[in-house]
Ligand binder design. Structure first.
Ligand code: UP6
Length: 259
């Protein structure tokens, strides 16, 4: 699949969310996802509106917004329609199936009502996927498994990563992974990679950055997730979003050109 265009993969894909995602990537020539880790409603909406034209996915941590309300969700959905991107709530669910059902469908955030994509750890076993699927499948949503993490000393390696891949392959609700590379050729599962930066090596709390070239061209990942590289102190988010969009797309074209 790494040698096929996003357009071709979208046309052939059986999952509606993956299909739509590949179509957006092709239309916007973007494999960039913005990690919009700001702390207020107005900052999040302003950033999403500015950077929206350059991204295929807006990644949120909705529980860090201090003044969350339902209007924020309505406005995010309007921006997703205006700028043609999907919303990925990076909730990293990690509890038993019955509990994650309540967390995903209900509570204050009602994530399943507005996030096209969410993700989970499989540490509780496969029941977490089944619980999330009971809520997400009827709403036409998709799930990513955290097969790896970007941070120093992370424990998702070896046999644990392999188990993620096995569970992803046999659960139709799963559209792919968070991780650093392409994991399997089955079902064209998508990889999205956080910890991408063009300049910094990391931060003081264990984050590690790698380049789009390494992640997309060499490792065969599909989408780069960039946060502080775009909106960090002293940066112009539009300038940086264009820079990362171009770098991510160039890395994808280089991959297609490699035999
Ligand atoms: N994220 C990681 N690494 C992972 C999984 N998720 O960094 O393995 C998320 C973080 C943050 C974003 O929760 O929202 O990706 C990275 O932001 P940054 O580019 O500002 O470091």
């Amino acid at each position: 699949f790494s040698q096929q265009t996003y357009a071709a993969r979208g046309e052939a894909h059986s999952h509606p969310v993956a299909k739509e995602l590949f179509a957006i990537m092709e239309r916007k020539q973007s494999n960039l996802s913005l990690a919009a880790d700001v702390s207020t409603k107005s900052e999040l909406l302003a950033l999403a509106d500015k950077v929206g034209p350059y991204i295929c996915v807006l990644k949120t941590h909705i529980d860090v917004i201090s003044d969350f309300d339902q209007d924020l969700v309505a406005q995010l959905q309007a921006l997703a329609a205006k700028h043609d991107f999907l919303i990925f709530e990076d909730r990293k669910f990690a509890d038993i199936g019955n509990t994650v059902k309540l967390q995903y469908g209900g509570g204050v955030y009602r994530i399943a009502d507005w996030a096209h994509i969410t993700n989970c750890h499989v540490i509780p076993g496969e029941g977490i996927i089944q619980g999330l699927a009971e809520v997400g499948v009827p709403k036409g949503r998709g799930l990513l498994l955290l097969a790896e993490m970007s941070s120093k000393g992370m424990l998702a390696t070896g046999a644990y990563t392999d188990k993620n891949v096995e569970m992803a392959v046999r659960n139709e609700f799963v559209i792919g992974f968070i991780g650093s590379k392409r994991f399997t050729e089955e079902r064209d599962l998508i990889t999205m990679t956080p910890g991408v930066g063009l300049h910094a090596a990391g931060d003081a709390l264990g984050q590690q950055y790698r380049t789009p070239e390494l992640i997309v061209t060499e490792n065969g990942s599909d989408i780069i997730i960039v946060g502080r590289g775009i909106y960090g102190a002293g940066k112009d988010p539009v300038v940086e979003a264009k820079r990362y969009r171009d770098a991510g797309w160039a890395a994808y074209l280089n991959r297609l050109g490699k035999q």
